[in-house]
Design a protein around this ligand. Structure first.
Ligand code: 2AM
Length: 175
């Protein structure tokens, strides 16, 4: 059988922001709220690709390399809880146009390459906690992290030693 990798396009968060987020999370949510994502795993998914062959990965990377759009500022000033998927997340109250444009382009390229894309609308979010299946009280919206986004990344998702890790395979500048 040909080797397949579980891949997605996404955005990394600056290291300082990740550190601030985990400190805020620890002070905001009780330990039983859910399973915290490791600081080095915090990211925002642009387009989920699923299990992809090497050949398809090459085609997707070529198409990603043709994207020419400027960077944008991402602001995380909203939080929510999706009890069905058990996710507590942070995201922008108002998604920047550049983010929506980039995600739409990557999602349509992925669909054209035969990667299944959910019909659900894109809801930009950074998963903070997983397995958050019980009701949780969300903090007042008095927080805000803002940073420039200057590149996007192709990640591989790998499960090993009881933990899912995300490894950056390639990245492209937004300019
Ligand atoms: P989540 O954080 O909301 O679970 C790697 O698994 C990334 O891809 C995660 O950010 C995850 O979102 C997202 N993801 C996993 N499966 C997906 C799917 N079927 N459709 C869209 N995104 C998915």
């Amino acid at each position: 059988m040909r080797e397949q990798k579980r891949l997605f396009f996404g955005l990394e968060l600056p290291q300082q922001c990740r550190q601030e987020l985990i400190a805020w999370r620890a002070a905001t949510f009780p330990a039983e709220a859910g399973q915290p994502m490791a600081a080095d795993s915090l990211h925002l998914t642009l387009a989920f690709l699923g299990e992809v062959s090497e050949e398809k990965t090459r085609a997707l990377m070529q198409q990603a390399g043709r994207i020419a759009q400027p960077g944008f500022t991402l602001t995380l000033d909203d939080a929510g809880h999706w009890p069905r998927s058990g996710v507590i997340w942070l995201g922008p109250r108002q998604a920047p146009r550049g983010l929506l444009q980039l995600a739409a382009l990557l999602r349509s390229q992925a669909a054209r390459s035969g990667c299944y894309q959910t019909p659900l609308p894109f809801h930009p979010h950074v998963t903070l906690l997983r397995q958050a299946l019980q009701p949780v009280s969300l903090p007042p919206r008095n927080f805000c992290w803002s940073f420039p986004v200057e590149r996007f990344v192709l990640f591989q998702s790998q499960f090993s030693r009881g933990r899912t890790r995300y490894q950056a395979l390639a990245e492209w500048a937004l300019r």
